[in-house]
Design a protein around this ligand. Structure first.
Ligand SMILES: Nc1ncnc2c1ncn2[C@@H]1O[C@H](COP(=O)(O)OP(=O)(O)OP(=O)(O)O)[C@@H](O)[C@H]1O
Ligand SMILES: [Mg+2]
Length: 206
């Protein structure tokens, strides 16, 4: 297994969320994943993370590489971003089905592909099966080796940031939220499981 271990029980995690396209859910997913996996959160982009995730989240123009951290990278991909992306167990790429988002996502994947880090594409904020399939087939026809996860439009994304609760915390709040968010959370749990197990095992480093 190509993973650094402090001791037998503690596996180090570094995850990066990247897409040059804005408004695709990078910050929302990064925050929720960080909180649910008890990881730090760093970002080079302004957002409310420092107030909703006190002591664990930090915004700076050049985030530093630390263990057990999710990186939320907005804007274009600078060298500092590439270094951290390279050190990550997986790169999370949220993408909405809008034409412009797909174009920017293709550009983003082209810049990240050479790193040989597993790429987790989140097709998110889609409203129909047609949108979902069109978005994933567009990306699939341009690249091989992408891992796909699907998150239909849901209030859970906005509520998470607004209430400062992770997706799992929101899901668990009431019987109604358990009902409403069930499909979303099942897929989200599959993502968390892949990030904590699969991504590490699949890492293609020598
Ligand atoms: N599954 C989903 N359901 C509902 N909204 C979603 C979903 N996925 C993404 N979104 C969108 O994500 C937005 C939150 O965006 P967020 O700030 O996390 O994006 P971002 O990629 O970090 O943007 P920026 O680059 O501007 O920082 C919501 O306002 C919503 O439009
Ligand atoms: Mg953001």
């Amino acid at each position: 297994m190509q993973v650094t271990q402090k001791n037998q029980n503690e596996v180090l995690m570094i995850l990066s969320t990247i897409n040059k396209k804005g408004g695709v859910g990078k910050t929302a997913f990064s925050f929720s994943i960080a909180k649910d996996l008890d990881l730090f959160l760093q970002s080079n982009d302004s957002s409310i993370i420092e107030s909703i995730y006190p002591d664990k989240a930090k915004i700076s123009t050049r985030p530093s590489l630390i263990d057990n951290c999710v990186y939320d990278f907005g804007g274009f991909i600078q060298s500092g971003v590439l270094d951290i992306a390279q050190a990550s167990q997986a790169i999370i790429i949220p993408c909405t089905p809008l034409y412009n988002a797909l174009l920017k996502t293709i550009e983003t994947i082209q810049e990240l592909q050479a790193l040989k880090v597993p790429l987790m594409v989140l097709i998110t904020d889609y409203q129909s099966l047609e949108e979902k399939e069109q978005a994933s087939s567009t990306l699939q026809s341009n690249f091989t080796d992408l891992n796909f996860f699907f998150f239909k439009r849901s209030k859970i994304v906005e509520n998470s940031m607004r209430k400062g609760l992770s997706f799992k915390e929101l899901f668990l709040q009431t019987p109604l939220s358990r009902l409403h968010y069930k499909t979303f959370i099942t897929e989200y749990q599959r993502l968390l499981d892949t990030l904590t197990q699969g991504a590490i095992n699949e890492r293609k480093h020598p």
